[in-house]
Design a protein around this ligand. Structure first.
Ligand code: XBP
Ligand code: MG
Length: 263
């Protein structure tokens, strides 16, 4: 029996669930709520997804409008208020069952947890979004499956910086070479690889065709075999076989992240 990694670390948006359409709708709900007259369509949002973090994404959008300095400053100051409305809209969509987990995810999480593999989350999204996603899709045991959750503003440098992965490794008490990361985007992949992690990419329609150089594997979903336990064993076997070669490609571990001013 292939020995298992000590930990599996999951990105959230695009990896645990295909969430970005719900995020896009929620941003537009917030823009309408405040009468801003902005609408992010699918093509524009796909481009904006290169900016990680919802608040940062709105700030990037505002800067692109080249508004008069006083107007720009007023809009930038209002982002936290808008983002709170957006997050409420998003968590409502999730709670109504509009955002299911991706294929194979629930089985893999439960199999890994039951096998004693530690589970972590390393994400740019807001904590309330994670709680809603896990509780709605996995019930009250959902959050309890995870030993460490590093999310949102807990680090000042968001993905593609490696900080959130370095932090969750620290929280788990696991070294990068004893863990596997799962991501969906080039920014997330860069963050995980930058932290020294052997990384599996499960792209979505938002990120397919992106440059996933540095990924140990690029797959369509996390069903590596029939059932969670078999998938876990299959992923572990690939990891054991590939770990040596992958580590040669990884950049050295970054310095431990400095906790952000908000933490
Ligand atoms: C993806 C992100 C997030 C979401 C929106 O996070 O960049 O910002 O798009 O969520 P992940 P917020 O690292 O899980 O792929 O509005 O809460 O930021
Ligand atoms: Mg993602």
């Amino acid at each position: 029996m292939t020995s298992l990694p000590q930990a599996l670390i999951f990105d959230v948006d695009g990896t645990l669930a295909d969430t970005e359409e719900a995020h896009r709708l929620s941003f537009n709900i917030a823009f309408d709520h405040f009468g801003l007259g902005w609408h992010w369509d699918v093509d524009l949002y796909r481009r904006l997804l290169e900016v990680t973090g919802g608040k940062e994404r709105v700030a990037f959008w505002i800067n692109s409008l080249a508004a008069p300095p006083a107007q720009e400053a007023a809009w930038l100051a209002a982002i936290p208020q808008w983002h709170a409305v957006k997050t409420r809209a998003y968590t409502d969509l999730v709670a109504r069952g509009q955002v299911p987990l991706r294929a194979g995810v629930a089985d893999l999480l439960i199999a890994a947890h039951d096998a004693g593999v530690r589970l972590g989350i390393a994400t740019t999204t807001t904590r309330a979004n994670i709680d809603a996603l896990l509780e709605t899709n996995l019930g009250t045991r959902g959050l309890g499956l995870f030993d460490a959750i590093a999310c949102g503003d807990v680090v000042s440098e968001k993905k593609p910086a490696p900080d959130v992965y370095l932090l969750v490794l620290q929280m788990l008490g696991v070294s990068a070479d004893e863990a596997i990361a799962f991501e969906d985007s080039p920014q997330g992949l860069q963050a995980a690889v930058g932290a020294g992690l052997w990384t599996v990419v499960t792209s979505t329609h938002w990120t397919e065709g992106s440059d996933f150089s540095g990924a140990a594997r690029v797959v369509t979903d996390l069903r590596f075999a029939e059932g969670g336990a078999a998938s876990l064993a299959a992923i572990a076997a690939l990891w054991r076989a590939g770990r040596g070669e992958a580590n040669e490609n990884h950049r050295p571990l970054g310095a431990m992240p400095t906790a952000s001013k908000d933490s």
